[in-house]
Design a protein around this ligand. Structure first.
Ligand code: FE
Ligand code: FE
Ligand code: ZN
Length: 276
């Protein structure tokens, strides 16, 4: 069975997220660790995290994929923005230990004119300051559309970050279908070749999760506007090949489509059916 889910609101806590995910027919899900456009975090109730862990274990389900706030930019040209990134990241990794063994995905960042090389160095520095030998969380770098000065716009930039991380065993990659398409990777006509390139540059063993989104814009547009599955420029047939691809089998697929609960439940059912 395809391992798939959507983003779930974390407003009511972990157990509520788990129950909501089950209601949508999901076997995994994503959630923001803190206000995605601000940065404040709610206090975690340990008994709530425990109730979720039990619920999830009883279902026999696996990893969930947390998402860092969008405001987290480890390679800003402003020290106070970099400090927020470092502090929020370190605090999120501590919070993640209430649900051990899961994934924490973040956008590498925008270098805002400092240049890719300096940006990559700053991202790796934050990771080297925050990653801990004893953490059970795997941190995922998300592939980006390359809007503005976003890093992670190609596989080489992701690889360059990984190469500078000391505890690189704690690191993985999340492939966002809308982002790689907008970045110029032709996952519609050449999915095999794109995955071969991922393997050659990064290594498929690093690929831990997929964000499954259609795109409102053509390949190479560097825009990052998500569309519902089958309603964008990637299209339903390509998603069929994606969810059936042997190299992607078993990975958690996360929907970040502009949708409501009913729409996500439909997309989950549709993609499961297409996966066979
Ligand atoms: Fe993201
Ligand atoms: Fe994404
Ligand atoms: Zn996006």
């Amino acid at each position: 069975m395809l391992n798939i889910g959507s983003h779930i609101s974390s407003a009511k806590g972990y157990e509520a997220m788990g129950k909501q995910a089950l209601k949508l027919g999901a076997s995994t899900f994503a959630f923001f660790t803190r206000n995605p456009r601000g940065g404040s975090a709610k206090k975690i109730r340990p008994e709530d995290a425990k109730a979720f862990r039990e619920l999830w274990k009883n279902q026999g389900y696996g990893v969930i994929v947390a998402h860092a706030p969008y405001t987290l930019n480890a390679c800003s040209d402003k020290e106070e923005v970099r400090r927020f990134a470092r502090e929020a990241f370190a605090s999120d990794l501590e919070r993640m230990e209430y649900t051990p063994g899961n994934y924490y995905n973040f956008h590498p960042g925008s270098h805002v004119g400092q240049g890719a090389e300096e940006g990559i160095r700053q991202i790796a520095r934050m990771l080297n300051q925050c990653l801990k030998e004893e953490q059970t969380t795997t941190v995922l770098l998300e592939t980006m559309a390359g809007k503005g000065s976003e890093l992670g716009r190609n596989f080489q930039e992701i690889r360059a970050i990984l190469d500078q991380v000391e505890l690189s065993g704690k690191m993985g990659v999340c492939l966002d279908t809308c982002h790689v398409w907008d970045a110029g990777y032709n996952i519609v006509d050449c999915l095999d070749e794109v995955l071969e390139e991922f393997d050659a540059v990064i290594g498929l063993n690093r690929l831990k999760a997929v964000h499954i989104n259609d795109s409102m814009n053509p390949m190479g547009s560097h825009k990052d506007r998500h569309a519902r599955i089958g309603e964008g420029t990637i299209g339903l047939e390509a998603f069929g090949r994606i969810v059936r691809h042997p190299k992607l089998r078993g990975l958690p697929f996360i929907l970040e489509t502009p949708n409501d609960d009913a729409g996500w439940a439909e997309e989950i059912a549709l993609l499961r059916e297409m996966a066979g």
